[in-house]
Design a protein. Sequence first.
Length: 78
Amino acid sequence: MRQLKLIWDFRGPDAKKIATHHEIHLKEYITLEKLPLNNTGIQTFNDMHTIAYMVVPEDLMKPVRDALKPHRGQVYEG
């Protein structure tokens, strides 16, 4: 099954700090909802742009997307 990367963008001088904190909440959501997921993380592009992400199978994308409101998504090629 295809995997999708749900992405939250954070920009500004505190982007990395905020993205790191957001990933904590993504992990809490996975635990709370008892989801079979374990691929979250952050990726820093520069001092002013960091993302937090969660990789989900395509069949879980809609409920997770509707609950967590990611800024964007893409096909995961991990």
